[in-house]
Design a protein around this ligand. Sequence first.
Ligand code: PGA
Length: 252
Amino acid sequence: MARKLFVAGNWKMNTSLAAAKALASEVASLVGAQDAVDVALCPPFVYLPAVKEAIGGGKIALGAQNMFYENDGAFTGEISGAMLKDIGCRYVILGHSERRHVIGESDEIINRKMLKAISDGLLPIFCVGELLAEREADQTMEVVRRQVQVGLEGVSATDMLKVTVAYEPVWAIGTGKTATPEQAQEVHAMIRGLLVNMYDKTVAEAVRIQYGGSVKASNAADLLGRPDIDGALVGGASLKAADFAGIVNAGK
Ligand code: PGA
């Protein structure tokens, strides 16, 4: 069964209210009507409602960049999965490398968030990826394997079908240094093999694995053409509508 490609824009801590509305409207006018590739926009929390309005009733989905693993209560500064559902989010990015390495989230915290997101009815985009030092020390497979195994602990086979995995080598994020399609494919294939062991072949074949890290319109077709690369999680290039649309169109 062919997996439908999925391209998500991770705006990170960028834009303003006006810029977020304008960017979302422009993306919607460029790729909001097509159905060949699934598309999601993940703006900062505070702009989610405005972006939802700007993308209107088209095919583009809304995603958040993070959430907390409790329902409600005294967790100053946090946002719950129920709140995200409430305002129309379909996806939530979890375990992004900036949350792992800048904010200090552990595999265990990410696992709690994964379980909560799924029980709240959100579809997680679950990010994994090695640091440059880990790649240079030949630890890529070991690190990614641990992140996948711990991050997905307790996620059932049925729930795994709701998860998108995003392989994002940390050394390729925001650096302009993309992993070669061969390097990315190698890790994607390892992740899919791991999913066969953890679940079964049917689940492993159904789960989409995005690549992320300096994806641009110019390198997207080559990456998306690999057998185990099922889409892209796009940072920098998602801040320009034409560049982002170019990536989506490369997947058609
Ligand atoms: P980048 O970011 O495209 O700017 O490298 C990707 C990501 O962090 O999701």
